[in-house]
Design a protein around this ligand. Structure first.
Ligand code: SF4
Length: 443
């Protein structure tokens, strides 16, 4: 019994970090982890041996919050038998700061603006959350080929269903010098792919005195600076803000991936209006058509939100037809969940879960068919891919990624180095995964 109690005592200065939600949260967790390591903390192998448990939360959907509440329940029961500090940060922490979470065994709650101060809070140095968001200097996990680089935070758009402007606040653009410095560091350490992050990257606008820098100038500056970095991605793009200059930059710099994640959310203008998206279906499809004309081979992925209050069967049909016209490579599909504090939570015409689920199934099936067709179209072509990993089962196969963000299994590639950029002939599809073989560029 005594031995068990000893085993259950935490190892001093060890942490367990769980991250939920978007890439921005993962980037911020990377930077928090670097800070913990820098201050002498070590990663625990299991939450049960950590002296500090940190949960970087997401608030975008009720399901995410419910999962986190479940984990909090587990850590609360863990606290009955051993000493552990539980830190809750991120969007859910911001939303519920000062509310019932304190009763759930959370020792420290810190919102989105104070994430990078977790370590000083643990040292008891500062208990104040910050008023404005501060960007960390680096967000990269040493050794990773890919890195996320936040360029802006927050959102000014107030889509009627979205909690982001309330939990991440208004838009703040990071200084271009800080962004260039982080990217130069990544380039020097051999990173091959960077993704510029923001809730709405196209509205990046850094002002100092009379001078200002927008997203396309920033992207151009980054593409001119990198040498080791082969691919530059960015997300998310808002359809109302995306500029045609993006297409010109893709033609000028081959390092900018010819793939854009651009959320349509819905295909019916009346629903888009109630969502407060500030564009029409025609505008959205027009952007895709002109970018396709301008940039050979460009592809798109999207987010689709179905089951919005007041949505009719005809609205669903309009969404399906917009999807067929947009031909997204891939789409993240989800159904409407009222978020407390947002406008749409109070809209009339809320749909029941069965209706929302059956409409979502329809959307998923349609996207599956479109994704398959779009991939089949590329069979027989040669594409450059970035080799990311060994295949789990077949040791003579490697896993790689195309610029369009799909995974490819490369046959007979045992000699290929991780991090290599190679041309691959796409031969077949297995389920959703492309299969290919090494090709020479001229083949
Ligand atoms: S653009 Fe709309 S959906 Fe996207 S983060 Fe801003 S408010 Fe939310």
């Amino acid at each position: 019994m005594e031995a068990l109690q000893v085993a259950m005592e935490p190892t001093p200065k060890t942490y367990w970090l769980e991250t939920y939600g978007c890439q921005m949260n993962f980037a911020e967790s990377n930077s928090l982890e670097l800070d913990l390591l820098h201050h002498g903390y070590l990663p625990a192998q299991f939450p049960e041996e950590a002296s500090v448990v940190i949960i970087n939360t997401c608030s975008v959907r009720t399901t995410a919050e419910n999962r986190i509440r479940g984990r909090l329940g587990y850590f609360r029961s863990m606290k009955r038998s051993r000493k552990v500090t539980v830190v809750l940060t991120g969007c859910m922490a911001q939303r519920l700061i000062d509310q019932e979470l304190q009763e759930q065994g959370v020792d420290v709650i810190i919102g989105t603006n104070g994430k990078q101060h977790v370590v000083s809070l643990l040292a008891g140095e500062n208990s104040q959350d910050l008023v404005t968001y501060e960007f960390s200097r680096t967000h990269h996990k040493p050794g990773d080929l890919r890195a996320f680089v936040p360029i802006m935070n927050g959102c000014n758009n107030f889509c009627s269903y979205c909690i982001v402007p309330y939990v991440r606040g208004r838009e703040v653009s990071r200084s271009p010098q800080e962004i260039f410095d982080e990217i130069s560091f990544l380039d020097d350490t051999g990173v091959k792919e960077i993704t510029l992050l923001g809730q709405n990257v196209n509205s990046y606008a850094y002002r100092r005195g009379d001078a200002s820098l927008g997203f396309t100038d920033l992207l151009d500056g980054i593409a001119r600076r990198v040498s080791s970095v082969q691919w530059i991605r960015f997300l998310s793009s808002h359809p109302k803000d995306i500029s045609p200059a993006i297409g010109e930059l893709m033609l000028e710099h081959r390092s900018i991936c010819r793939h854009i994640h651009i959320p349509i959310q819905h295909g019916s203008n009346s629903v888009l209006k109630r969502m407060n998206r500030k564009y029409t279906r025609e505008h959205f499809l027009g952007i895709l058509a002109s970018l396709r004309e301008q940039v050979p081979g460009i592809t798109f992925s999207s987010d689709i939100l179905i089951g919005f209050p007041g949505e009719t069967e005809q609205d669903v049909e309009l969404t399906l037809s917009a999807m067929r016209e947009a031909r997204f490579n891939d789409a993240f599909t989800y159904y409407f969940n009222p978020r407390e504090g947002t406008e749409a939570a109070g809209y009339s015409g809320q749909l029941d879960d069965d209706t929302k689920l059956s409409r979502l199934k329809c959307i998923i099936a349609e996207q599956k068919a479109i994704s398959l067709l779009e991939k089949q179209r590329r069979i027989g072509t040669i594409e450059l891919v970035l080799v990311e990993d060994r295949a789990k089962k077949q040791h003579d196969e490697k896993l790689a990624r195309t610029e369009h963000d799909d995974m490819v299994v490369i046959a007979s590639s045992a000699a290929l180095e991780i991090g290599a950029m190679v041309p691959v002939r796409l031969n077949s599809l297995s389920g959703n995964t492309l299969k290919g073989e090494l090709a020479s560029c001229g083949k």
